[in-house]
Ligand binder design. Sequence first.
Ligand SMILES: [Fe+2]
Ligand SMILES: [Fe+2]
Length: 292
Amino acid sequence: MNQGNWNLETVHGEIFRLEKLSCSPLIAAQLMKFLEKPNPSTTDLVEWISLDQILTARILKLANSRNYGFSKHISTLNLAIITIGLQPLKDLLRSITVIDQFSDTVVMNRKENREIFSHSICVAEGARRLAALVDYQTSGEAYIAGLLHDIGRQILTQMYPEDYRLACRHSQNQSIPACEAEKHILDCDHGQVGGWLARSWNFPDNLIDTIENHHQPQNSSCDKKLTYLVHLANLICHSMDRPDDDLAIPNHSDLESEILEKFKKHFLVNGRSLQDFQQLFEIKNRKYSIAS
Ligand SMILES: [Fe+2]
Ligand SMILES: [Fe+2]
């Protein structure tokens, strides 16, 4: 059931035609300062960009555009920078950051945006560390997939804040998972919404698949391992949570056994406790603390 003037076909069309989303003004301001340095290193540049899911998504969009001839093949920031070239990238970042450090400040500073921001970093770092643990070849890709997994929530928060707030409230009032509440109120969930954008921005198929199915990894039809990595990183971050509206958190011991069972089944990782995984996820001394 949807509310008011919500029309799924219109929303789908609007998201499919979406050209830009705003990145965090805090990151934009810091990145601007960094770009003023005479010779910023590529490593530092990657580190700055990878702090913000929107900035990362916009760089991947450009690298996967038909102009460069690698459409749907670029899934890491290092490859994106090689494809675009350092100088054009710096020019692009300057134009994005000049606009975004001042625009939508009120929207971007809202509590839910900050929550999505820190949650995305937690899932990204967690997915990268899990990738190393289970010998998943491209840990950079696991990081990007984790960073972008909830981009649908950013889209809904930025483009349809009132409708999305209704869905979040419904999830909390009814104690049901966010996806269920979103489907009830908006006729779609944030995984689908993120998938629409990822598809229209020509992201590689495994990233589209992971964004779409991170809450239902059994439906993944592309790179099941990547989808399960991000799914489990998401669950582990929630098990360490402060409250977040992405997932109605079930009983803690249910969540723990769900995580351990899935590790055993999909990655043959046995004999670890939830605490071991949580310790693996602890992130210290990162620049992103500027945004919390
Ligand atoms: Fe999610
Ligand atoms: Fe999430």
